[in-house]
Design a protein around this ligand. Structure first.
Ligand code: G3P
Ligand code: MG
Length: 243
């Protein structure tokens, strides 16, 4: 059986501050196949990488990303309490593309459009992805399925996945009907009867989050998923004997 691909969740966030350039660099060094990251839009319309709509949890600042210009956001420290990384700034999406360009890694870009819709973010992320020559190395996902359908409408060649949490029924058929490439379920969905069989039947990739323990990594391999999204890419790579 093939081992799953290893995608580093918010970069190698088990070791370095989440969604920062050091976390993405570390993921590449640890042998990950890709990284997962989250995008938001600044006041002056720049796509930046951050999980939350606010910067309070992950930086020494406070407030909403949409209320700051990029220049203002770059004043804050995103080391998130990890002093080894003091001085780490919020990355733009463009900076991440540039950093990972030589590595061959893929990027799973999660559009955080569930709280604010950030009108125009779909056009903008596609324009940037294409301009940087990354279209065939990116898979777009979101809990906001309207965002994903918008991406598909704007660029039918874009790879796409529907994110969802636990317990929703009929997702493989729904994904197939909407012609997305993948489902991104929380781990516990895998146990539902026929789930993997249905995904295989509809040719839908299964990219699972967030898979951190050895037991869960083994479970995902046994289920035959396409990718695990993990905070500990080094552990997953070793377990799957990738190096
Ligand atoms: O994309 C997988 C996972 O990141 C979804 O949840 O909250 O970590 O963005 P969250
Ligand atoms: Mg995410």
């Amino acid at each position: 059986m093939n081992s799953p691909l290893v995608w580093a969740h918010r970069g190698a966030s088990g070791y370095a501050p989440e969604n920062t350039l050091p976390a993405f660099k570390l993921a590449a060094e640890m042998g990950a196949d890709g990284v997962e990251l989250d995008v938001q839009l600044t006041k002056d319309g720049v796509i930046v990488v951050c999980h939350d709509e606010r910067i309070d949890r992950t930086s020494n600042g406070a407030g909403f990303i949409r209320d700051y210009t990029l220049k203002e956001l770059k004043e804050f420290d995103f080391c998130n309490g990890n002093i080894a990384y003091e001085g780490t700034k919020i990355p733009t999406m463009e900076e991440v593309f540039d950093l990972l360009e030589p590595t061959g890694l893929t990027i799973n870009i999660e559009l955080k459009t569930g709280v604010y819709f950030y009108p125009g973010i779909e056009e903008q992320i596609l324009e940037l992805t294409k301009r940087k020559g990354w279209l065939d190395r990116v898979i777009f996902s979101s809990f906001n399925h309207y965002s994903i359908m918008k991406i598909k409408e704007l660029e039918p060649a874009a790879l796409t996945g529907f994110l969802y949490a636990d317990g929703t029924l009929g997702m493989p058929g729904y994904a197939a009907e909407n012609e997305v490439n993948a489902l991104h379920p929380a781990l516990y969905n895998l146990q539902y009867p026929d789930y993997m069989d249905d995904c295989n039947m509809f040719d839908i990739d299964v990219n699972v989050w967030t898979v951190n323990s050895e037991a869960d990594l083994i479970k995902c391999r046994d289920y035959g998923v396409n990718a695990v999204i993990t905070n500990y890419p080094e552990k997953a790579v070793k377990l799957y004997s990738r190096n």
